[in-house]
Ligand binder design. Structure first.
Ligand code: BG6
Length: 440
């Protein structure tokens, strides 16, 4: 049994209820013994909070064992807390040498929360903080948030989450090549024509309009999850595990910045409109009826890296798509031969060779991403978390795109909910004599 103390800020929020508590519960089944102080603004008693949490658990925890759940909740207490009030933090104590403070709150509160935690001594060596994405909305705001946090916490105390890095299927983008040297040879510039990365969701913005509308698909998915996938899929296959963060950073730094011309011709932004009984994005809860926020983005990029010269990467992500699918397709030169690695909904690898039937193999997707990452924080292992430099490198690539959009250089195109994005997303490939490959 490994003991630890979690202080969860933002405990009544969607992420905490949907992902973090279920992950803590599962971790408790496999030997973690966490005491949890749940904090949020609502003036609830512990009993009221646990009642609410238990209702949500029935919805969000698969195979919930009522007895095990009951025993898990005896270690949960609730403390009402206003993140801006120092005196509220006095109720919090580090009750265990392994104390972890999880920020499941909007990033604009990160700095204030850090300052208040420090004011009550909750930044002592050994205390760890876990920060949810997004860290900032551009390079400058990311740097500013990181600067403020670093006034109170040292780098070895900070765990910046990108939950995709907790997915075994995402890590396998590296291990696929690292463990199979023959594949590492094939999956490179000599044999590849291009690579496609798709993260498609059938979900719309659901009840998260308030969070999503100022954000959009580029900041919500591409800046973090997709660029991390790209880095893992392209980093040299002989990278030692301990150098992973450093080498991912090199890959992110090798992203060729889009120039004025490519910003116009290589980036597509879209927003879903009402169709097939789905509301349009502008009609969603907490979304401005004039919103100019993109719910879809597709782009073409290249890496300035010796292993990847001349190999274009096409990325696309969107909400309210015709399929839920996370997929990386390696397309080889010559007649259609592909290696399709599907990460979600089911993890599989499919090799399509010329003149042969496809060979397909199902893979094990592994432990839930949040559970895995929580166990890594408890163990004090930062390898699966982002270094500030990685975030900065990713924002440096994204910033010019955001700026060109603000100048109105890329039109916001509408696409029907339940489809696969605007026509221009298909043209992005067809003008290069290529096409999106979608293996559902
Ligand atoms: C989150 C985004 O980071 O990732 C959401 O904020 C998105 O908009 C989610 O739905 C997708 O994660 P997963 O694990 O369901 O693929």
């Amino acid at each position: 049994m490994q003991e630890c103390h979690f202080i969860l800020l933002g405990a009544t929020g969607d992420l905490a209820l949907r992902k973090i508590f279920p992950a803590l519960y599962r971790a408790s089944l496999s030997g973690l013994k966490p005491t949890i102080t749940a904090c949020a603004r609502s003036p609830l008693s512990t009993q009221e909070f646990i009642r609410h949490l238990s209702i949500k658990a029935k919805e969000y925890v698969k195979d919930l064992d009522p007895t095990a759940w009951e025993s898990f909740t005896t270690y949960v207490s609730y403390t009402p807390l206003d993140l801006t009030k120092t005196k509220d933090f006095q109720a919090l104590k580090a009750t265990h040498p392994n104390t972890i403070i999880y920020f499941s709150i909007a990033p604009e509160f990160f700095a204030k929360a850090c300052q208040n935690l420090a004011a009550v001594g909750l930044n002592a060596p050994g205390v760890k903080i876990v920060l949810e994405k997004p860290l900032g909305t551009n390079l400058a705001s990311c740097q500013e948030i990181c600067r403020q946090i670093s006034q109170h916490f040292k780098e070895e105390q900070i765990y910046r989450i990108d939950h995709y890095l907790g997915k075994q299927s995402v890590q396998n983008l590296f291990y696929l090549r690292a463990n199979n040297p023959f594949l590492a040879g094939l999956l490179g510039a000599s044999y590849l024509d291009h690579v496609q990365i798709s993260v498609l969701e059938t979900l719309g913005v659901e009840s998260r309009g308030g969070f999503y509308d100022p954000m959009g698909a580029l900041r919500d998915m591409l800046q973090n999850h997709m660029l991390q996938m790209l880095a893992l899929a392209t980093m040299p296959a002989n990278t030692p595990i301990e150098d992973m963060r450093q080498v991912k950073l090199e890959m992110l730094k090798s992203l060729k910045p889009l120039n004025e011309e490519s910003l116009k011709t290589q980036v597509v932004r879209g927003q879903y409109s009402a169709s097939q009984n789905f509301k349009g994005y502008k009609q969603e809860e907490q979304v401005s009826p004039n919103s100019q926020t993109e719910t879809f983005v597709a782009l073409k990029l290249e890496l300035d890296h010796p292993n990847w010269q001349g190999v274009p990467f096409y990325l696309r992500t969107g909400k309210r798509m015709g399929a839920s699918l996370v997929q990386v397709v390696f397309v080889f030169k010559g007649p259609t031969q592909t290696l399709v690695y599907t990460l979600q909904p089911q993890c599989s690898l499919k090799l399509q060779l010329q003149g042969m039937g496809a060979l397909k193999s199902a893979l094990d997707a592994g432990m839930d991403a949040y559970e895995r990452l929580i166990l890594e924080v408890v163990a004090g292992n930062q390898a699966l978390f982002n270094h500030q430099n990685e975030l900065e490198a990713a924002w440096s690539f994204i910033d010019p795109i955001l700026e060109s959009w603000q100048k109105g250089l890329t039109p916001l195109l509408s696409y029907p909910a339940g489809g696969f994005g605007p026509e221009a997303a298909f043209a992005l490939l067809s003008k290069d004599n290529r096409a999106w490959i979608t293996h559902v």
